[in-house]
Design a protein around this ligand. Structure first.
Ligand SMILES: Cc1cc2nc3c(=O)[nH]c(=O)nc-3n(C[C@H](O)[C@H](O)[C@H](O)COP(=O)(O)OP(=O)(O)OC[C@H]3O[C@@H](n4cnc5c(N)ncnc54)[C@H](O)[C@@H]3O)c2cc1C
Length: 381
C-alpha cells in the first residue's frame, strides 16, 4: 500500500495548482458568484481537462489519458479548493461518460464520450423530481413506447449541468417498477431547462428539466431496459467519491484560510494561532481532512478494482461532506466578525459547505447504506 502520489501525479498537481492560482482564481474572483455563461465555463473546464480533469480515467481511444480515477479525483480536489463552481461540470461529465462507457451502445459511446471528456459537450444526469428525492426508486417521469420511439413526459429537478447540457440521461419509468435510462439529445430531441437560484454555487448550473412529449429513438436506451436503478447505484459510487473530495476541497481551503488569518491576527497580546482553542480547531480540521481523503482513496480504489464498495463510498461521502460543514463553520469563527463579511472567502465556503451533504444521497441516506451493509437490515422500505 503506497500513500504517496506518483511522480506523474505530483507533477500534474503542482502544475495545476500554479494554473489555478495564477489564472482561474483571479478570473473567478473577477466574475463573482453569478451564473457563469456556457462559453466562459467551457473555456475554463476545457483548460482543466489538459490536467486530467475528466480525461484521466478514460482510455486514449476516447481521447482520455489512460490514467485512473484517483488522479482525476486529486485534480478535482484541487479545482474544488479554488472554485467548486468550476469543478462541478467536470465531475458530472466524468460520471456521465462513465455511465455511457459502462452501459451504452457502441454507437452512442462513439458519438458522445470523446466530446464529453473534452468538455465540448456537457452531460447531465437526472433522477430527482419534485416528489422524488432520497427515494430514487419512486421516479414518475414516464417513457412510453410508440413504435421505435420512446415518448417521454415528466419533470426533473436539481439537475447539475442542466442549463449547459447538450445531453441528458433521463431516468424514466418504463413499466411497473421498471426504471430505464434514456439519452435525450437537446438538439435532436429537445428539452427545456430553468435554473434554480440557491444559497451558493450559483456560478454553475442546477436546474429543472421539463420533458413534454419528447420523442427519442429506442436506440438511445442506455443499458438494458429496467436496469436504470442498478446502473444509477453504480454511478452513485463514483459520484459519492467526488462529493467527498468536494468536501475535502472546501475544508482544506477553509483550513488554509484559517491558518493564514490566525498567523496574522493578534488578540490578548499574541497571535490567535497561539491560543489553544484555535489550535484545536486547526488540528481537528487537518486530521479530518486527511481522514476524509483516505476514506475516499480507499473507496475509489475498490470501485476501480470492481469490488463492492457501496458501504465505503457512503462512508467517504458522509464524512467528506460533513467535515466541510464543520471546517467552514470553524473557519468563520476563527475569522471572527470578518468571517461573515464578503471580504473573506470563508463566508462563501460556509454557504457552499452547507450544500455539500445533500446531492447524491444525504448524510442520513449514507448512514442507512452503511448500517444496512453491517446489519443486513433494510432501512429504506
Ligand atoms: C446542488 C444540488 C445538486 C444536485 N444535483 C442532482 C443531479 O445532478 N441529478 C439528480 O438527479 N439530483 C440532483 N440533486 C438532488 C439530490 O440528489 C437530492 O436533493 C437528494 O437526494 C435529497 O432529496 P430531496 O432534496 O428530495 O430530499 P428528501 O428526500 O425529501 O429528504 C428530506 C430530508 O429527509 C431525510 N430522509 C429522507 N428519507 C429518509 C429516510 N429513509 N431515513 C432518514 N431520513 C430520510 C433526508 O436525509 C433529508 O434530510 C442535487 C441536489 C442539490 C442540492
Amino acid at each position: 500500500m503506497n500513500f504517496q502520489r506518483s511522480e506523474e501525479q505530483q507533477m500534474i498537481i503542482e502544475n495545476l495548482r500554479k494554473f489555478l492560482d495564477n489564472e482561474i482564481e483571479p478570473a473567478f474572483r473577477e466574475h463573482g458568484e453569478g451564473f457563469i455563461p456556457r462559453e466562459k465555463m467551457q473555456g475554463w473546464v476545457q483548460a482543466l481537462t489538459e490536467f486530467g480533469m475528466t480525461k484521466a480515467p478514460f482510455g486514449e481511444e476516447w481521447g482520455g489519458f489512460g490514467m485512473d480515477w484517483l488522479t482525476h479525483l486529486m485534480v478535482f480536489e484541487e479545482v474544488a479548493y479554488t472554485s467548486l463552481d468550476i469543478a462541478i461540470p467536470g465531475f458530472i461529465n466524468a460520471c456521465g461518460a462513465e455511465l455511457l462507457r459502462r452501459t451504452a451502445s457502441e454507437e452512442i459511446q462513439q458519438k458522445y464520450i470523446p466530446d464529453i471528456l473534452a468538455c465540448n459537450k456537457f452531460i447531465a444526469i437526472g433522477i430527482s423530481e419534485p416528489d422524488v428525492g432520497s427515494d430514487v426508486a419512486a421516479v414518475k417521469t414516464r417513457a412510453v413506447l410508440e413504435g421505435d420511439h420512446w415518448v417521454i413526459n415528466g419533470e426533473k429537478t436539481w439537475i447539475t449541468n442542466g442549463e449547459y447540457a447538450d445531453v441528458f440521461i433521463c431516468t424514466c419509468l418504463t413499466g411497473e417498477g421498471e426504471l430505464t435510462h434514456i439519452l435525450v439529445d437537446r438538439e435532436e430531441h429537445g428539452f427545456e431547462t430553468v435554473g434554480i437560484p440557491k444559497m451558493a454555487l450559483n456560478g454553475q448550473s442546477t436546474s429543472q428539466v421539463f420533458l413534454s412529449d419528447v420523442r427519442v429513438p429506442v436506440s438511445n436506451t442506455i443499458g438494458e431496459r429496467g436496469q436504470g436503478l442498478k446502473n444509477t447505484l453504480k454511478i452513485f459510487e463514483y459520484a459519492r467519491c467526488h462529493m467527498s473530495m468536494w468536501g475535502v476541497g472546501v475544508a482544506r481551503r477553509a483550513m488554509d484560510e484559517s491558518i493564514k488569518y490566525s498567523q496574522e491576527r493578534k488578540q490578548h497580546g499574541k497571535l490567535i494561532a497561539g491560543h489553544q482553542l484555535i489550535a484545536d480547531k486547526i488540528a481537528t480540521m487537518a486530521t479530518k481532512i486527511d481522514a476524509a481523503r483516505l476514506l475516499t482513496y480507499r473507496a475509489i480504489d475498490m470501485v476501480e478494482r470492481g469490488a463492492r464498495a457501496d458501504k465505503e463510498c457512503a462512508m467517504a461521502k458522509w464524512f467528506g461532506t460533513e467535515i466541510a460543514v464543520t471546517a467552514a463553520r470553524d473557519a468563520v469563527e476563527i475569522h471572527g466578525g470578518n468571517g461573515v463579511t464578503k471580504e473573506f472567502i470563508v463566508e462563501r465556503l460556509a454557504r457552499e459547505a452547507i450544500v455539500s451533504p445533500i446531492p447524491d444521497g444525504t448524510t442520513e441516506i449514507q448512514k442507512l447504506i452503511i448500517s444496512r451493509a453491517l446489519t443486513g437490515e433494510q432501512a429504506f422500505r
